[in-house]
Each structure stands twice: as C-alpha cells, then as structure tokens.
Design a protein around this ligand. Structure first.
Ligand SMILES: Cc1ncc(COP(=O)(O)O)c(C=O)c1O
Length: 389
C-alpha cells in the first residue's frame, strides 16, 4: 500500500484538498444571488407558500418537460404522497430494489403496503426487469397480496430501464412511481427524468446534484389531477380553501427559503451537469478497464449526482485512496433486505447481484468544481490502489 501513498504524495500538494462534494465552491458562485433572494423572503414574510414556491414549480416543470411539478418537504415525502394519493396500503405489494437508500422502503411501509425486493442488473446497478417479472409472478402465484405498484430507482443519477419496466407495469396494471431522488437531470431516449414515468419523486437534499440548504423535494406528473391531490395531501389533505380535510394528508410542504435556493441553483444546473458528465467520462475512460463501472442502457444518460464503481478488493482500495487524500463514500454497503428494519421482507432466494455489488462498490469525488489535475490525480490513485490491493 505504501507504493500508493508514495506514488501520489508527490503530486498531492499540487492538486490541493479534494472535496467529495464541494458545496462551498458552489456557494461562492451563487451567494450574492441567494442573499438577495433571502432578503426578498424576509421582506414579504411568506415563509410557507411564498410566491417562490410556484415560481420554482413552474421552472422545474419547464426544465424536465413534465406537465406539473409539485414542491414538497423531502424526497421521502415525494415518494409517500403519490402512493397515498393512489390508495396504496395494506394488502398491496410495491416492488422496489433493495440496492437503494432506506427511504424507498420506508415510504412503502409507511403506507401500510408490503415491499417486495427486486434484484439489480450488474451493469446498470438498477432494477433488473427480468427479476421484477419473476417476483410479480410469484406474488400472484402465492395469491395472498395484490401486486399494485413498482418503484424503479435511478441509482447515482442513471435512469432505470423505463422501456422494459413500463411494458411490465402496463401489462400487470402496476402504478409506476419513479424514485428519481438522485437523478434530476438524467435522460432516457432524449426525455428528462420527471417525464419518464406517470409519477416521479426527486430529492433536493443538500448533497444531491440539485440541492437545497435543508430538506426539500418535488414530485413530477403528466396530469393536473395528480397535482391537485398531491398539493392537498402535502397540506394535511385540505380542500383548496384549506378549511377542511377532504382526505388524509400530512405536513409535507417545502418552505419558501428552500425554493429560493433551488431557483438560484437551477440557474447554474446545466453548466454544472455538463462539468460532472465530463468528469464521469474521464473516470470511465481511465477506470473501466480495471473496475466494474456503471453502464447506461442504450439511450440513457446519467444526471451524475454520484460516481460509483465496483472492485473486488474494495476495502483495501478505499483505505489506500483515503490515505492518498482521495475522499470516498460507500452507497450502499448494506442492502435493505439485510437491514433489521426490513429483514422481514428479505426474499428467501436472497438477491445475489445486489449482495455482490454491495460488497464491491464505492464512490469517488463527484462535483462540478473538481479540476482536471484533481481528476487525473484521483484516477492515478485508483489505478495504483487497485494494482496494490
Ligand atoms: C434513492 C433515494 N430515495 C429517496 C431519498 C429520500 O430523499 P430525502 O432524503 O430528501 O427524504 C433519497 C435521498 O436521500 C434517495 O437517495
């Protein structure tokens, strides 16, 4: 391992500190604009449901090509609201990958429905459509629960196989809710995330590609009735006048300040996205020969919120990289079916591709403010760490 540290130490001082995600550099770029926006909120005083919420919703719909965008409190709320609006609950099965953030399964269980975990594809790290079909068939055969919905997850920003999963969902009469928490900016066949499924949830958690300065999320839809129901559910299920509850809901509103931050970040999003994609292309070019990198299906383009890759000796490689000053993260070392909260839903078959990928995966720094020298340094360090491991 010393060889990795030695090899890279020489250049280390030249490239400076490498951030895993550099929110500080981004803030320096937009801080005056955000301060101006914040002042406007302080002046009008509508901290909840200020005019910036609708301004953001319109900008998000325009950016994605979705008919409507509904701002809400978090990515988790953005998953729960469409499931509730659809009447998903006890007796229903919702299919989802286990190789995702825990919020995907929590959202299903919070409605009272049952998650059935689906394995992933080894190339895309996203839901394997063939395994989805197998699991639908076995739920139907058992006959105890009703297959009702499917939540494909766009891991690290890469859209799932919506061509195949849409065909299955239509044939099996499943509601398809895309978990696009990580994939704002992603594309499939020239269509944006937000426009690839009847409903799409996204998260604006600060570390996401489009991140607020607190919790926030949004839901995209292709029809106005969804938006009407979702805006009601996010405000305790109230009617338009907000006097009476006409359905069950909860407090799932986005606050006005987060909308102002997101509006300013949206203004630079495409520029940042292009930079992240260039960096991912460099990583792929240098590392695809020695590691399993995430590969899009034909027509797919990642929003590149994160960059993850798989190597056999992951823990040794990560240790060497950290010693060489390259920060890393692991999304996800424990798949959901192996976590205590979801263990009751672990399939008896296990999820072989999910489990293997979880033992091999790690993420490299990914943000628009990495310099070419830093990217070069990171690649050299990864290559040396893999050679030494
Ligand atoms: C795949 C996935 N789904 C759902 C969520 C939940 O989003 P939030 O943290 O905004 O509730 C996240 C992110 O944190 C996520 O990565």
């Amino acid at each position: 391992m010393n060889s990795v540290v030695n090899l890279t130490l020489a250049k280390r001082t030249q490239v400076g500190d490498i951030a895993f995600i550099d929110l500080k550099a981004q803030q320096r770029r937009i801080r005056p604009a955000i301060e101006k926006r914040l002042q406007a909120v302080l002046d009008h005083g509508r901290y909840i449901a200020g005019p910036e919420i609708e301004e953001l919703e319109e900008a998000l719909a325009e950016r994605t090509g979705a008919k409507t965008a509904t701002a809400c409190a978090s990515g988790t709320a953005a998953l729960v609201i469409p499931l509730l609006a659809r009447g998903i609950g006890p007796g229903d099965v919702v299919f989802a990958p286990a190789f995702t953030y825990n919020a995907t399964a929590n959202a299903i269980l919070l409605t009272g429905a049952t998650p059935v975990f689906v394995d992933i594809d080894p190339a895309t790290f996203n839901m394997d459509p063939a395994d989805l079909q197998r699991r639908i068939d076995s739920v139907r055969k058992e006959g105890r629960l009703q297959p009702s919905a499917v939540i494909p997850v766009d891991l690290f920003g890469l859209p799932a196989d919506y061509r195949a999963i849409t065909a299955i969902a239509e044939r099996e009469a499943l509601f398809m809710l895309a978990d696009g928490a990580q994939s704002f900016g992603g594309e499939l066949d020239g269509k944006q995330v937000g426009n690839l499924a009847p409903a799409t949830a996204t998260s604006f958690f600060p570390g996401k590609a489009l991140g607020a300065y607190g919790d926030a999320g949004a839901i995209f839809s292709q029809n106005a009735l969804d938006r009407e129901r979702w805006t009601s559910i996010r405000w305790h299920g109230t009617d338009e006048a907000r006097r009476e509850s006409i359905r069950v809901g909860f407090n799932a509103r986005m606050d006005t300040f987060q909308a102002t931050v997101l509006l300013e970040k949206l203004a630079i999003f495409d520029d940042e996205l292009a930079a992240r994609r260039r960096i991912a292309a460099d990583y792929n070019e240098r590392l695809a020969g020695v590691a399993r990198v995430q590969a899009p299906i034909e027509g797919g383009l990642s929003g590149q919120a994160y960059y993850s890759l798989c190597v056999e000796n992951r823990d040794a490689v990560v240790k060497a990289l950290n010693e060489a000053g390259v920060p890393t993260a692991i999304y996800y070392s424990t798949p959901l079916h192996l976590m205590p909260a979801f263990a009751d839903y672990a399939p008896s078959t296990g999820l072989p591709v999910t489990e293997k990928t979880a033992s091999e995966i790690f993420a490299l720094p990914m943000h628009a403010y990495l310099t070419p020298q830093q990217v070069d340094y990171i690649c050299e360090a990864v290559l040396a760490a893999i050679r030494a491991a």
